[in-house]
Design a protein. Structure first.
Length: 169
């Protein structure tokens, strides 16, 4: 039986070899925090971390991963909900509808692991997830708060063009 290392535990599953990681997580392992959005790796709702890197789980066959690779889902980011990003998200009321937020949090966590004090350019480059509600300013403020580089008013008018994934200013 195939195994994956998810959220610190070795987990067995019975999915077919071509089943995307997203569906193994949700349907076989019961980890429903990772969301299905587009199915083509564009929106980022399905973002998880594999060995610390953000991965769009809707297009990664589970069979392409080894039992040695470390997969982290939103449930494994912090079981108690006390990760600095989760605290910042709550403090700044980042989500609106919330559907994209598990993917946003995972992409942001991967960013902070590799760049603990990100610049706006770092955030723009890393945060390619789509938020249909347009909470990009609050996401940026939450990342900065979690990084300890500011607690900018997330509701304030932006002082620069807000990065919208897939679009140029």
């Amino acid at each position: 039986m195939p195994t994956l290392h998810v959220n610190g535990q070795t987990r067995e599953h019975q999915a077919d070899a071509d089943t995307p990681l997203l569906w193994v997580l949700r349907e076989h392992l019961g980890l429903t925090g990772t969301k299905y959005g587009c199915g083509v790796a564009q929106c980022g709702s399905c973002t998880v971390m594999v060995d610390g890197a953000p991965v769009r789980s809707c297009v990664v066959p589970a069979s392409s991963l080894t039992a040695q690779q470390r997969i982290t889902t939103i449930e494994g980011l912090s079981p108690k909900g006390d990760h600095p990003l989760q605290k910042a998200w709550v403090a700044l009321d980042v989500p609106q509808c919330g559907y994209c937020q598990s993917g946003m949090l995972m992409a942001a966590a991967a960013l902070l692991q590799r760049t603990p004090k990100p610049t706006d350019a770092d955030i723009d480059a890393a945060m390619t997830n789509i938020c249909r509600c347009g909470t990009y300013n609050r996401v940026r403020a939450g990342i900065k708060m979690a990084a300890g580089i500011g607690t900018a008013d997330a509701g304030a008018a932006p002082t620069a063009v807000v990065h919208l994934p897939g679009r140029t200013a």
